[in-house]
Design a protein around this ligand. Structure first.
Ligand code: NDP
Length: 463
């Protein structure tokens, strides 16, 4: 950490993301086999460029509002910078650097040609009218448009940025630059968007976990009959929940920033109809607490205010954090293990704290194959979203639209390859306790890092 901390102001989230990656590289045989890769790690840790700017806009009362806008262009060795925009009051440079850093290696794991970046603003869409959101997006793009382009940097959505915001941002770019190009992904399907992009992160996560379950049980088990706890109730959580149900699992929880909705009867599941209701509710920027007291939910679900679901579950097989970073603490990881969770995979970026990952990884090694706990890191498990963004870029370049089936099949293939890459790289570069499952966090980190480091060396970024 020394080269990091001596040169930088305190950036706790970024330092955490760095520590997670660096510790898995250190604990593997990578640096024994390739000691020169330490220099690559030092170089890749510094963003190629960070942009920070002022956004002023007018609210519905005619008053002046001011926000901070950012874009971190972290690494372009594999392709144009690619990564989402987050609009949330907590956004700052540390959070965007952690997200951009993760994005570099995640994008490498998709096998597509995309560099890593991330951006956003400390703007809170909650409580804002559509008119205010449109004005903010236009003002934000006024500066961002100078730094992005279809072959330079292609942002997408993230927390607080969904189809509506992408539409406003795209329109602003087109008017300001007098240019129609695939500068953003997550666009509307009738104007350059890809089918399956909204579903891709959640679906991809479930495809990935299905491979974890099949591998760990020698193809004896699938999602069928499994109790699946999900946090969040936004884009990623909604589509993960729908795919779990389609695969025969039950969804026993969802949550938002104000509390958790948990089914009372352990054999029961939140239904697809209820998920569509929640989806509509979230478009209106409302909270689950308002739905919890309605007839649809009151009888079958309990609502736990100001809490995440993990410590409120009696029995669980799979846990999918899908809300935000650091949403599974060390004690919550232990509670999940105690409740029987065997598979934990992040839909959210850096969903688990370092302490939680340590508990999961220790439990992976302490058990025999078939009984151990297996952790799937976000940079692998949630790469389906950016993968389909990459496919949207490919369709835009070709001026073609692929069918939903074509895109879904490509997504399935990418998730499978990403899973196998993690497994095989872990087997080659880490020492495992006899019979235990390979570390997906180590395997994915090493594979993503090696691919980026090799491209950077070819391009003269380190030597
Ligand atoms: P959304 O904005 O659609 O949903 C976010 C969800 O998380 C909401 O339920 C929100 O609650 C909850 N949430 C946000 N902040 C907090 C917080 N501080 N504490 C508790 N709950 C919180 O975002 P997405 O579903 O798109 O993103 C979720 C996660 O997945 C993020 O970590 C994102 O980086 C990651 N991700 C997203 C991808 C995508 O394609 N969208 C791709 C890869 C990763 P509320 O409604 O109350 O605000």
């Amino acid at each position: 950490m020394s080269h990091l901390t001596t040169h930088l102001p305190v950036e706790p989230e970024f330092e955490q993301a760095y520590r997670e990656l660096a510790s898995t590289l250190e604990n593997s045989t990578l640096f024994d086999k390739h000691p020169e890769h330490r220099r690559a790690l030092e170089v890749v840790t510094v963003p190629e460029r960070t942009i920070q700017f002022r956004v002023t806009w007018e609210n519905d009362k005619g008053g002046l509002e001011v926000n901070r806008g950012y874009r971190v262009q972290f690494n372009s060795s594999l392709g144009p910078y690619k990564g989402g925009l987050r609009f949330h009051p907590t956004v700052n440079m540390s959070i965007l650097k952690f997200l951009g850093f993760e994005q570099i290696f995640k994008n490498a794991l998709t096998g597509l040609n995309m560099g890593g970046g991330k951006g956003g603003a400390d703007f809170d869409p909650k409580g804002k009218s559509d008119n205010e959101i449109r004005k903010f997006c236009s003002a934000f793009m006024m500066e961002l448009s100078k730094h992005i382009g279809a072959d330079i940097d292609v942002p997408a959505g993230d927390i607080g940025v969904s189809g509506r915001e992408i539409g406003f941002l795209f329109g602003a770019y087109k008017r300001q630059r007098h240019l129609w190009e695939g500068v953003l992904t997550g666009k509307g399907v009738s104007w350059g968007g890809s089918l399956i992009r909204p579903e891709a992160t959640g679906y991809g996560l479930v495809y990935y976990v299905q491979h974890m379950i099949q591998y760990a049980t020698d193809n004896q088990e699938t999602f069928k009959g499994k109790r699946v706890a999900i946090s969040g109730s936004g884009n990623v959580a909604q589509y993960a929940a729908l795919k779990v149900i389609e695969f025969g699992g039950t969804v026993i929880s969802l949550s938002d920033s104000k509390g958790s909705l948990i089914v009372r009867d352990e054999a029961d599941s939140i239904t697809p109809e209820e998920i569509y209701l929640i989806q509509q509710h979230k478009v209106e920027r409302k909270y689950l607490s308002e739905l919890a007291s309605t007839d649809a939910f009151r009888e079958r679900c309990s609502y736990v205010p100001e809490a995440r679901p993990w410590e409120h579950l009696d029995k669980v097989d799979v846990a999918l954090p899908c809300a935000t970073q650091n949403e599974v603490s060390g004690p919550e990881a232990l509670a999940l293990i105690e409740a029987g969770a065997r598979y934990i995979a992040e839909g959210s970026n850096m969903g688990c704290t370092l302490a939680a990952i340590e508990h999961f990884e220790a439990s992976r090694q302490n058990h025999e194959k078939g009984k151990s706990i297996w952790y799937g890191p976000g940079k692998a498990a949630n790469c389906g979203g950016v993968a389909v963004s990459g496919l949207e870029m490919a369709q835009n370049s070709q001026r073609l639209t692929w069918t939903a089936e074509e895109v879904d099949n490509k997504l399935k293939h990418i998730m499978h390859t990403c899973f196998l890459t993690g497994v095989e790289t872990a087997k080659s570069y880490t020492v495992n306790a006899e019979g235990s499952l390979p570390s997906l966090v180590a395997g994915s980190n090493i594979a993503g890092f090696m691919k980026v480091a090799a491209a950077m060396r070819d391009q003269g970024d380190w030597w």
